[in-house]
Design a protein around this ligand. Structure first.
Ligand code: NA7
Length: 554
């Protein structure tokens, strides 16, 4: 590192919604600070930049997903769909960046490979893929919790001779109508991404066949997007404040929240009436607006799951296919519920085939396609991996950390640096989900142990808290802060306690830290804050009021 290099005051890693929101607030609050954003991609947007697969669309009402800090832009912006498709959300994010002249402070094409803490100068040095170094006093991790894609571990995968790619690396110049004409397409994975991709591809008239490789059936229910007219938007523009206020009162910051009644206490007629109302409504209501015992009481969950299973059966013509599509090993809503727009009906189309991997697991990938254990070869020209992400900790483990005392942040059992890892076995320990032990001067937006929910709402809150901590450092002349071990232990215990009740925590998913394609992610953990966002905000506020108890400053 050049001795003469002047450190930045803050480096922000990532130019998605978290990075842009942090940049906006840090520049507003600390106009004289030197601040830059380092971004691996060529444009702003984060997940909305990387995920450009056909059918990519938000499941959260766009009116509640935008930034509340730019009221002028809210009045200018015309959403055309209740749930915007990816290009529209990306356009909105680009407009935010452009309006606030953010790009001048973003260094694109910069993927960080390693980070080194220097205890003498209280600075971090980040090194990118090209070996360029960036020195900073503080940094804000805006790495994203679903930004590190994972490919399946299937024998022979490199032998496939057709085109293959992960959904979040969809080739920019690919034209489905032109390039997939007459092709046999295979999709592995039926999470939120797979469901959207499969539905969109099934409608492409030119595709010869679409084979869906489903390992775990997923509960899914109608999104029910409706276009927003000019009149709708004129009305909505007067309602933004109320929308954001409403989000601030719900546990997940979405517009939807549970019905206080219990499934087992209402009459069967009342129960059915409520469920039908939810089913016919748009958005996450059918996941989050359920009776309050749905995700804690097995019987309540099983009743609601049966209701949903019946809806699926009504939509799929072949009863055997319908049964394969209905999850058997977990109840409705215990994993993130993907919302769909005609997904189940795709299996009524002659050219769409479901390959139920529970019945016939994949044996191997061969040059012509996928061979299943029943000896059948599913011939394919294109293989798409909708196989998800190394969630929550994945973007962190992609960086070689040399934190305080040269400790790595993450390490798997058996690896060389395991014994000194701050988060051994990908199991985060944090204070308020904002900071980690032995990681001085780091603050995180949407990091482990933070409530995710409606991401934009959580991001706006976290970036405010982060600016308050920086202001405290600035006002007191501190160049160093770190959470105490006691604060970290106590917060992590609280996070585990919040995560100990609820059926969600009994099911394998990215929300419980499982990814069979990632070494060391085979045991469940609590990697996100499962308490309510309201409680989270209270605890952050209490920390500030106490003069940042739980942190040491120097
Ligand atoms: P998800 O929800 O993690 O889904 C990944 C899918 O890929 C899921 O169906 C997996 O099956 C499947 N998968 C992964 N590896 C394999 C192998 N080896 N063989 C067969 N199938 C496999 O990721 P998404 O991208 O859909 O969604 C992530 C989040 O983004 C989503 O929740 C939203 O919040 C936005 P499994 O269930 O593990 O058996």
């Amino acid at each position: 590192l050049q001795e003469t290099q002047q450190p930045y005051d803050v480096l922000i890693i990532g130019a998605g919604l978290s990075g842009l929101c942090s940049l906006y607030h840090i520049r507003e609050r600390f106009p004289t600070w030197r601040v830059k954003v380092l971004e691996a991609g060529t444009d702003v947007g984060g997940v909305w930049y990387w995920n450009r697969y056909p059918g990519c669309q938000i499941d959260t009402e766009s009116l509640s997903y935008c930034f509340s800090f730019d009221k002028e832009l809210l009045q200018e912006w015309e959403w055309t769909d209740t749930f915007a498709k990816q290009p529209e959300t990306h356009r909105y994010i680009k407009r935010v960046a452009e309006k606030h002249n953010m790009e001048k402070d973003i260094i694109f094409n910069t993927r960080i490979k390693s980070a080194h803490w220097d205890d003498r100068s209280h600075t971090w040095t980040f090194v990118d893929e090209d070996g360029d170094e960036y020195l900073t006093r503080f940094f804000v991790s805006c790495l994203g919790f679903l930004s590190s894609p994972t490919l399946p571990k299937i024998p022979g995968i490199a032998d496939f001779k057709g085109d293959s790619f992960h959904t979040s690396r969809w080739p920019a110049d690919l034209d489905v109508g032109r390039d997939f004409a007459g092709k046999r397409i295979g999709v592995i994975g039926t999470g939120a991404t797979g469901i959207q991709t499969i539905t969109a591809l099934s409608k492409a008239p030119s595709i010869k066949s679409l084979s869906v490789f489903q390992r775990t059936a997923n509960w899914s229910a109608p999104l029910r997007n409706v276009p927003l007219s000019v009149e709708d938007m004129a009305k909505a523009k007067g309602e933004y404040d109320a929308i954001f206020q409403r989000c601030a009162t719900t546990p997940t910051c979405f517009l939807h929240e549970a019905d206080a009644r219990k499934s087992l206490e209402v009459t069967p007629e009342e129960r059915l009436e409520h469920w039908e109302k939810l089913y016919n409504s748009s958005g996450f209501g059918k996941w989050l607006g359920v009776f309050s015992d749905t995700y804690v009481d097995r019987e309540a969950n099983s009743m609601y799951s049966n209701f949903m299973a019946e809806k699926m059966r009504q939509r799929v013509r072949d009863p055997l296919v319908a049964e394969s599509l209905i999850p058997k090993n977990h109840g409705f809503g215990t994993r993130r519920v993907p919302l769909e727009s005609g997904y189940f009906e795709t299996f009524n189309m002659d050219h769409v085939h479901l390959v139920d991997l529970q019945k016939t697991p994949i044996a191997r990938v061969v040059s012509e396609g996928i061979e299943t254990e029943d000896g059948k070869l599913h011939e394919l020209d294109v293989l798409i991996f909708a196989t998800g992400f190394d969630a929550i900790t994945g973007a962190f483990s992609a960086i070689d950390w040399h934190a305080k005392d040269d400790r790595p942040l993450i390490a798997s059992r058996g690896s060389e640096r395991y014994s000194s890892a701050i988060w051994p076995d990908h199991r985060p320990k944090t204070y308020l989900g904002l900071s980690a032990p032995a990681m001085p001067n780091m603050l995180m937006v949407l990091g482990p142990h933070q409530p995710f929910g409606n991401a934009t709402r959580s991001i706006e809150h976290a970036s405010g808290v982060i600016c308050d901590i920086f202001a405290y450092c600035k006002d007191n002349g501190y160049t160093y802060f770190e959470p105490t071990i006691e604060a970290v232990d106590s917060w992590t215990e609280h996070v585990f306690k919040c995560g100990s009740t609820g059926l969600v925590n009994e099911v394998d998913s990215w929300m419980t830290g499982i990814n069979k394609n990632v070494e060391g992610k085979t045991e469940r953990t609590v990697a996100r804050y499962a308490g309510s966002a309201i409680e989270f905000r209270k605890r952050c506020e209490r920390c500030k009021e106490s003069g940042y108890e739980g942190f040491v400053f120097a």
